[in-house]
Design a protein around this ligand. Structure first.
Ligand code: GLY
Length: 307
């Protein structure tokens, strides 16, 4: 058994460990941990009270993947629900689709009785108003939101390069490997933007035969490099976990155009190894690891690669 999460997921880790110890399967165990992160208003990049898009709305993304079946479920740009990760799970279990976005995802969420929620809380509103005040011209302020959002002189930004998105990767007592992600995406993103968190193969991938990978930070890069799938494929091709992650880092380093910035890769293999590598962070990057030899989850620092 093993559990690996990024530091943003810390408030849900004890719950997931308890469930793994009680032989709950990996996918349900990580979902229950992530639900605590989504509901926590102190965390501003996942679920409630996070930083919004250019229009002040929280559009949430999430994915789950079961490494035994390679079935996945994902939702993107979902508004007005408390637990995107649970809705992503139901996309996997209740539909023959792998991803739903926007109005379709919201309709599905209503049909399965998912809990509605106003995620836009005090931090969301205050930060958005301050942001608009700092970037809009006086003329734009007069007519907002009836402006060309393209003209807003600001780039989407990582609120804190240490903390964006939550990712959980686990192997349970039976050997099943699973991944799950949840995020509000980057603050001030153009409405409708999906990052890598709902994109299986980019932001996460699980295969119980080999291992799993999940990424945080610049989704625009991991989508282009297919990072999470690449790590698992490199494992399948016989590389060690460390070699597989470094190979995927080199694929990211080779991206010279478009929006490039930091990426952190979290990975496990099916033999209980784990590896976390942060590419070009501007600070140390923490993560949490638990396995049965540890009394409780331990905080560790990612290996850093700077280019
Ligand atoms: N990695 C999260 C995002 O790009 O939205």
């Amino acid at each position: 058994m093993i559990l690996l999460t990024n530091y943003e997921g810390r408030c849900g880790v004890y719950k997931t460990v308890e469930l793994l110890k009680n032989k709950v399967n990996a996918i349900r165990a990580i979902i229950e941990g992530i639900k605590l992160v989504e509901a926590n208003p102190e965390i501003h990049t996942v679920g409630a009270n996070s930083l919004p898009n250019l229009l002040g709305q929280l559009e949430l993304d999430s994915a789950v993947m079961d490494g035994n079946t390679r079935r996945s479920g994902a939702v993107g740009a979902l508004k007005g629900f408390k637990h995107p990760v649970e809705i992503a799970y139901h996309v996997m279990t209740d539909l023959e689709h792998e991803i739903l976005v926007g109005a379709g995802a919201e309709r599905f969420a209503k049909e399965i009785g998912a809990e509605k929620y106003i995620n836009e809380m005090e931090n969301t509103k205050t930060a958005w108003h301050e942001f608009l005040d700092s970037v809009l011209t006086e003329e734009q302020k007069q007519i907002f939101p009836n402006i060309r959002l393209l003209d807003v002189k600001a780039k989407p930004k990582d609120p804190d390069p240490l903390f964006d998105t939550t990712v959980y990767l686990a192997q349970d007592y039976s050997g099943r490997i699973a991944t799950a992600t949840s995020t509000s995406g980057w603050p001030w993103k153009y409405p409708g933007r999906l990052g890598d968190s709902p994109i299986i193969g980019a932001g996460s991938y699980a295969d119980s035969r080999y291992g799993a990978c999940a990424c945080t930070h610049t989704g625009e890069m991991t989508i282009r490099a297919g990072t999470a799938r690449s790590v698992v494929l490199y494992l399948k091709m016989g590389l060690t976990l460390s070699e597989a992650v470094h190979e995927a880092v080199m694929d990211l380093v080779d991206l010279k155009t478009g929006f490039t910035n930091a990426v952190t890769i979290h990975a496990i293999d099916n033999k209980g190894h784990y590896k976390v590598v942060a590419l070009n962070p501007n600070k140390e990057v923490k993560y949490l690891i638990w396995h049965p030899d540890l009394d409780e989850p331990k905080i560790k620092l990612a290996e850093i690669i700077t280019t």
